[in-house]
Ligand binder design. Structure first.
Ligand code: PLP
Length: 490
């Protein structure tokens, strides 16, 4: 493809993307395809001779689009929606057009310096302390691919710091901590690194947040056994229910164990810190006071297209001590002089995507006010949905609504006279209802289990969701609940 052909194909691609978005609402959220649908349609090897791009672009429309789950659909309420924006898309387009793996400052100065500044902008947007800023010269921020990568990087750095400061410790004596509600990224990091991971209990009556006392008891037990606790993941906004660990209590316990690294994972809820009124709930003060590292995703609820996982550390040296491996071919005079950041030493790979462009485009286009407005609107919509659940005699909230997430289940008190609705029966009824909803293509929700209770998660966040879509969703859920009750009555 030459430049003029690219110009033509590029205009066509943008036109088609615009058409896609203007017809999004008429599409099913979930594609009506069966496993293998695409595999059967594609040749099993690449073509011998190159093909015309018009044909390839048409095949994208014909074969790929029908098999997409439309995460930007206004009736997408599953997982945590990814609120992407046209500004973000254009940022990605520009970034990929230069194909620039800016691993060292000198491999593309703009890549490093824009990322440094965007991490400082984002830290200020969220109200993080100055010690997390790149401009502090001590701490700093870096864009990772995912929050799972952020947690893994933090674990590697924490392990390295602990082993350096506690010579003679054996790797098998190390233990890290998560809770039963921590995202699977914690256990995954322990698996990747071959480390012991202790899963701490959290209770429904504490709204599934970690208590200081639980941590204290676990630390005392493990230390008595000769183990070396070195790392804890606390969460602000868990995946299942949006729970928030009690960082004040946790932080106070950790004051007695200064070698333990506290990583706060706020992959989803971290963006609420942009709004001053949510900073107390999201525990900004405690994050600033106690967190050794803090991460949030702009690619979930932060208007930036996947991928954009933001990670800040109090001490950049902890990252570089763990991850700086510099063969001769990667040395530069600016790095030797200590004058620059080389982001290759702040993450696991070498090359990295130029993600800061899209962050820049989005933050400039929305401004702080636009970003806050978006977060507030989503929370208001979720409050509205939660009020519908509350006002129904057939449904109950399973946890207090958290920011833009509602977790609920069907409890048909009066539907089966004379029958005791045991927990097992309620779980089975709710599984049936969820299976019915899951068989539909016009909405997508996800399920979870909290304390043995099967429940349904409803997450607001897709950029085009409005009140009318919540009303539609609610009437559809009620309809499926009615059919479920009829089915079980038989
Ligand atoms: N942490 C929390 C609380 C999450 O809810 C999720 C995903 O939903 C993750 C981490 C994982 O995020 P990522 O896909 O960026 O690794």
């Amino acid at each position: 493809m030459d430049i003029e052909q690219f110009r033509k194909a590029g205009y066509q691609a943008i036109d088609r993307i615009c058409d896609y978005y203007s017809t999004l609402q008429q599409r099913p959220v979930v594609p009506p395809v069966q496993p293998g649908y695409l595999l059967r349609s594609l040749p099993d090897r690449p073509p011998e001779a190159g093909e015309d791009f018009d044909v390839i672009a048409d095949d994208y429309q014909k074969l790929i689009v029908p098999g997409l789950t439309h995460w930007q659909h206004p009736s997408f309420f599953a997982y945590f929606p990814t609120a992407c924006t046209f500004e973000g898309m254009l940022g990605d387009l520009y970034a990929s057009s230069t194909c620039n793996p800016g691993f060292n400052w000198s491999s593309s100065p703009a890549c490093t310096e824009l990322e440094m500044m965007m991490m400082d902008w984002s830290a200020r947007l969220l109200g993080l302390s100055d010690h997390f800023l790149n401009s502090s010269g001590v701490g700093g921020g870096v864009l990772q691919t995912t929050s799972s990568d952020s947690a893994l990087v933090a674990t590697v750095a924490a392990r390295s710091r602990y082993m350096r400061t506690h010579p003679g410790t054996k790797m098998e004596e190390l233990v890290m901590y998560v809770t039963s509600q921590t995202h699977s990224l914690g256990v995954k990091a322990s698996l990747v690194l071959g480390l012991e991971c202790r899963i701490l209990d959290v209770r429904a009556e504490d709204e599934f947040g970690l208590q200081g006392e639980t941590l204290k008891v676990a630390l005392e037990e493990d230390i008595a056994k000769g183990k070396h606790p070195f790392f804890l993941i606390g969460t602000v906004g868990t995946t299942s229910s949006g729970a928030i660990d009690r960082l004040e209590e946790v932080g106070e316990v950790l004051q007695h164990y200064p070698s333990i690294w506290l990583h706060v994972d706020a992959a989803w809820a971290g963006v609420t810190l942009a709004c001053p009124e949510y900073r107390k709930t999201a525990q900004l003060e405690q994050i600033n006071k106690y967190a050794t590292s803090f991460g949030t995703n702009f690619h979930k609820w932060g208007l930036v297209n996947f991928d954009a996982a933001l990670l800040w550390v109090k001490s950049r040296k902890d990252l570089t001590d763990a991850l700086d491996v510099t063969p001769e071919f990667l040395r530069t005079k600016q790095s030797d002089a200590g004058a620059v950041i080389d982001y290759r030493n702040w993450h696991l790979g070498l090359g990295r995507r130029f993600r800061s462009v899209k962050v820049w485009f989005v933050l400039r286009s929305y401004g702080v006010e636009g970003f806050q407005k978006y977060i507030r609107e989503c929370i208001e919509l979720n409050d509205y949905f939660a009020s519908l659940v509350r006002s129904s005699t057939n449904f109950s909230l399973i946890a207090a609504p958290s920011f833009a997430l509602t977790v609920f289940r069907l409890i048909p008190h009066n539907a089966f006279p004379g029958v005791t609705l045991s927990e097992d029966l309620l779980n089975d009824i709710n599984r049936s209802m969820y299976a019915r909803i899951g068989a539909r293509h016009d909405i997508l929700l996800t399920q979870t289990i909290l304390n043995g209770t099967f429940c349904i998660r409803f997450a607001v966040g897709a950029a085009r969701t409005r009140k009318e879509h919540l009303d539609q969703a609610w009437s559809l859920i009620q309809e499926e609940a009615g059919s479920t009750i009829e089915e079980w009555a038989e």
